[in-house]
Design a binder for this molecule. Structure first.
Ligand code: PRP
Length: 214
């Protein structure tokens, strides 16, 4: 039987993906959090899961170290998607990528006046494209987390980050002023693997597709 490897990240994506995997007849034999294992066997001898950083999922699939992966649109947009087939929006881990500023900062006026804005974000490529399309001049500062802190300590005027409940913005006295895109997790497939291992991959794609909440 053809072996397949599926890359995904711990936390919300793993939890939200488990029911979809189950619908495809795949159940992990270990919990990634408690076991700390990075390669998880499943009930199916030919299917294994690998646990990687969310932002690394497209890389593992691009190079064929994983045949399939589950990654947020935020991560895929930033990666560029080379070598990846993206057949399915799984409609999980939904949130929005937003521009946010400190309460009281008049973002619209600053933009209208052509001010040069300092923007802190993990999503440098996506932010660059967004502001270029809008004709807004920005200096981008790459961060790896806790973006909400940047405007509070004078590192940036604004941030580009994911907003789900809005609680993190609120707790840090920030407000969202612009939506960049709606985010959800997608199934991604290595294009070569799809051709070479179609017998094993296609049933997984079909089962995911049938199980996705429209
Ligand atoms: C994400 C995001 C925000 C927060 C938004 O961070 O970067 O900080 O969640 O969620 P909320 O609107 O429900 O408050 P996450 O906790 O995933 O950690 P990260 O900074 O490592 O991305």
């Amino acid at each position: 039987m053809t072996d397949i490897t599926i890359a995904l990240s711990k936390g919300r994506i793993f939890e939200d993906t488990a029911p979809l995997l189950k619908a495809a007849g795949i159940v992990a034999l270990d919990d990634p959090e408690s076991s700390r294992k990075l390669i998880l066997s499943t009930n199916r001898a030919n299917v294994r899961l690998i646990i990687v950083r969310a932002s690394d999922v497209p890389t593992y699939v691009q190079y064929g170290a994983a045949d399939l992966g589950i990654a947020g649109k935020d991560v895929l947009q930033e990666h560029g998607g080379a070598g990846l087939y993206q057949p399915l929006d799984l409609n999980i881990a939904r949130c929005r990528m937003m521009v946010a500023v400190p309460n009281g900062f008049d973002y619209d006026s600053a933009v209208r006046q052509g001010a040069r804005l300092r923007i802190a974000t993990k999503y440098v490529q996506t932010a660059r494209e967004h502001f270029a399309t809008k004709g807004v001049h920005v200096d981008l500062i790459k961060l790896y987390g806790s973006m909400e802190l940047a405007p509070l300590v004078g590192l940036a005027d604004a941030i580009v980050d994911l907003v789900s409940s809005g609680n993190t913005l609120k707790a840090n006295n920030l407000v969202a002023v612009e939506e960049i895109m709606q985010i959800s997790s997608r199934l991604i497939v290595n294009q070569a693997a799809l051709k070479l291992k179609q017998d094993a991959i296609q049933p997984v794609l079909d089962a995911f597709s049938a199980a996705v909440k429209k």
